[in-house]
Design a protein around this ligand. Structure first.
Ligand code: COI
Length: 330
């Protein structure tokens, strides 16, 4: 059995090499991303392992069919950049890593939130100028607040556990209710109800056609004054310009954004000494209480290790047994 793994970063190399030794499966590591040109490197391999945020070219799947490769194993969760109809039409099966580390994502969300609630960006700014005073603002305590969790899958649930550890009241909204959480009575009946009742709104839903820009000027108007908004899920959930307007008006007290709707081609690039080529992102980043990070919630040692190991295991299962618990059904 021979696999090829595309877009390998330095921090992933050791995990892939160890897996290859432990499983006695040859794994070719390449740094190129998978696209219509680089797919030719996969000729002769039994499965492709990939991760990228750029859209997967349709031609990848026609070439895979031509080379007799049936399996694409992605080492992340989201499949929103894969033309799944084309994959299916060319007999390509897809596996993902649905749960590499829900805590990695939930912890980053809460890290940003605590910075905002305890005003550390404000103190950093003031202290850099030599101003060591306390005022004008005064901090919040999370246990006095209500956190509205949109999306109660694995990541949302990891967040709920952490928020509860802080003593906060938690509300949930999801089109698919988790039976345990339902029995605890955390669900509200609509996103609007959650918006109206929450001091903090944290998004943990996949991007779909239905929830595109669910945070927009109308939904922000329904929220409490001084609301905090957290998005570590998908950029498309938030209308960034409306969020900025809400922040500038004072309606939104702050935001934590690890994702941005136009991040592809911008995040994970070094613009030192150059202008970031997106004015809205630049403006978001310039606001003291909008904390932007470049889609790094997943970027922890345990998560990256799981991404590599689970993706390789799934590819092996697909090739050997024709099935994997991580196969994405369309
Ligand atoms: C995903 O797993 O879909 C993510 O969003 C994380 C990715 C940047 C590796």
């Amino acid at each position: 059995m021979k696999f090829i793994i595309y877009g390998v970063r330095k921090d992933e190399e050791g995990y892939a090499q160890n897996w290859s030794k432990e499983n006695n499966v040859s794994v070719k590591l390449v740094t190129d991303l998978l696209n219509k040109k680089t797919v030719k490197l996969a000729k002769g391999y039994d499965a492709i392992i990939a991760y990228q945020q750029l859209p997967y070219d349709k031609e990848i799947f026609t070439s895979m069919k031509e080379y007799g490769i049936k399996d694409l194993s992605i080492r992340n969760v989201g499949v929103d950049n894969i033309p799944t109809d084309v994959a299916k039409a060319n007999g390509v099966r897809i596996t993902n890593v649905p749960s590499y580390s829900p805590n990695a994502i939930a912890e980053l969300a809460i890290t940003g939130l605590m910075q905002l609630l305890r005003r550390t960006p404000e103190f950093n700014e003031k202290m850099a100028k030599g101003d060591l005073t306390w005022e004008p603002d005064i901090a919040h305590e999370l246990h006095t607040m209500t956190v509205g969790v949109v999306g109660t899958g694995r990541i949302g649930r990891a967040g709920i556990n952490i928020y509860r550890g802080f003593g906060a009241k938690v509300l949930g909204y999801d089109i698919f209710r988790n039976p345990d959480l339902d029995a605890q009575g955390i669900y509200v009946d609509s996103a609007d109800e959650l918006f109206a009742k929450s001091d903090i709104i944290t998004l943990h839903a996949p991007a779909t056609k239905e929830n595109y820009h669910m945070i927009n000027k109308d939904s922000i108007a329904k929220m409490k004054d001084g609301v905090y908004i957290i998005n570590t899920a998908r950029g498309d959930l938030v209308n960034s310009k409306d969020l900025l307007a809400g922040y500038k008006s004072g309606k939104v007290a702050g935001a934590v954004l690890d994702v941005y709707e136009n991040e592809v081609g911008i995040f994970n690039n070094d613009f030192t000494g150059k202008q970031i080529p997106d004015p809205t992102l630049r403006e978001l980043m310039a606001q003291r209480d909008i904390l932007v990070t470049p889609h790094v919630a997943f970027y922890t040692r345990p998560a990256v290790r799981n991404m590599v190991d689970v993706a390789l295991n799934s590819a092996k299962d697909m090739v050997e047994k024709g099935e994997s618990q991580n196969e994405v059904k369309f």
